[in-house]
Write a protein that binds this ligand. Structure first.
Ligand code: SF4
Length: 136
């Protein structure tokens, strides 16, 4: 079993569609109740600084090039979390005949950890981040 990452992980959040419910739970993780920064987990404004890419949403076709570019801009070694029912399986947007959806996330870029839920609770998000830290 690989050892956990030895430094504080920096995370870039890529919103790839969805209803923004997942994104609000991410905000809760940053607020005073869960306050992930006190554990050294920091959100960054550019993928170029990130260790972890956290993707929400089902990835509509028009967002696919953006997600591919963000993945390419994230330096190695990097890990990817797909969050929410949308990110992991397209959720309510799942439909083989849906003309506008390219996802789920794992169809576009490699995914290391999935966080299920619609939306996942902050506790599940924190658990997912800890899981991906063990994959470095
Ligand atoms: S998983 Fe649920 S809460 Fe998250 S973006 Fe999709 S519909 Fe919204």
């Amino acid at each position: 079993m690989s050892s956990p990452i030895k430094k504080s992980p920096w995370i870039y959040h890529a919103h790839a569609g969805g209803c923004v419910g997942c994104d609000i739970e991410l905000l809760a993780c940053m607020g005073p109740r869960y306050d992930l920064e006190r554990l050294g987990i920091k959100w960054v404004a550019s993928p170029r600084y990130a260790d972890i890419l956290l993707v929400t949403g089902p990835v509509p076709l028009h967002t696919k090039p953006f997600l591919e570019r963000v993945y390419a801009q994230t330096p190695e070694p990097k890990r990817v979390i797909a969050m929410g029912a949308c990110g992991t399986s397209c959720g309510v947007f799942i439909d083989d005949e849906n003309y506008s959806i390219a996802g789920p996330v794992e169809k576009i870029i490699p995914v290391d950890v999935k966080i299920p839920g619609c939306p996942p609770k902050p506790e599940a998000i924190i658990d997912g981040i800890l899981k991906v830290m063990r994959k470095f």
